[in-house]
Design a protein around this ligand. Sequence first.
Ligand code: AMP
Length: 398
Amino acid sequence: MKVLVLNCGSSSLKYQLFSMTNEEVLAKGLVERIGIEGSRIKHSKTGMDAVTINATIPNHKVAIRMVLDALLDASHGVISSLEELKAVGHRVVHGGEKFAGSVLINHEVIAALQECVPLAPLHNPANLMGIEAMTEALPNIPQVGVFDTAFHQTMPSHAYMYGVPYHYYEKYRVRRYGFHGTSHYYVSQRTAELLGKPVDHLKIVTCHLGNGSSVTAVKNGHSIDTSMGFSPLPGVIMGTRCGDVDPTLLFYLAEQEGLDSKALAHILNKESGIQGISGVSSDLRDVEEAAAAGNSRAKLAEEMLYYGIRKYIGAYAAAMGGIDALVFTAGIGENSVVAREKVCAGLEFLGIKIDAEKNKVRGKERIVSSDDARVSVLVVPTNEELVIARDTKRIIDR
Ligand code: AMP
């Protein structure tokens, strides 16, 4: 059985085609600059060099058509007929309170997703465009939605509510939702497998550290708290997002600088975080390099990031009544030896101790804690696409 996984952004579309017999990726690719000059598709068949096709791609419908053509192509394609595709799984950013798990997409689900658009105005419309374009291209294929927010729907109300008047929750569903749920789910499950212990007996802190970052407390296999909130803005500082700030800052800056809410949203989402503090880059690699060369603001950005993550680890150990495992994933978590070392420094009192030699690893699964440490520290490369493919298969097999 072949399952196509789609992750549609407003101007991009990532895809992977899985053979579910052995969970192998047959082909993957990226359509970039949809609706913008210079659009192209980069496609790679597993085991072959990637091909880039430049073309005018005005919208998601044309993008999907190009993906299907690339999959069918005589030289770099992997299927001989569209009949071979049995289902499509979509990454959907926001499922609100309606979706605590993946679902088969039908008219009611689409209506519910449209209701969630105000909660994720930047992401859900693109996800909906992808669903619509796929429905038009292959009207009879089952499609499944897998939500970034779903895994966090197990948070208790005392963790997800904000201290604002309750009627705003009733009226607008103002609360913490959390994101990167598929990733936190995958790495927590994989951690239990690697440790050879049942996930429902483990207290795990999962650190998804990439361009966007979030930390989650996973107790007995369920998310009980997470650092992102109503939006992906709060928590630790990120590439260009500010992380936790005192909301009073917004009123103050609005008055001082004459900024409206749109301008403030832009500053907090696009000009803050590692970029805003360091003034160097939003990419931690550049910042690590600048810090090593003595740039004090780059050093400050690094320290703010590591300190912020450390605080969440401590908070979540308290929230869970202990910690058995600490997991690092995503671009920074999987690749930055320094970031893992600096986050863990000073957490020995919790039983967290990294082995410097084992920690010299990039992009591979490995237990990196010292043999005598009470808490297992792991690097687990995330695989959200595999979770989406598995959920899609599970749902259409029912
Ligand atoms: P992601 O959003 O998961 O793709 O992660 C992207 C981020 O990972 C980039 O912005 C980099 O800051 C970071 N990253 C990737 N590789 C490295 C590395 N070798 N060292 C430090 N940071 C890295």
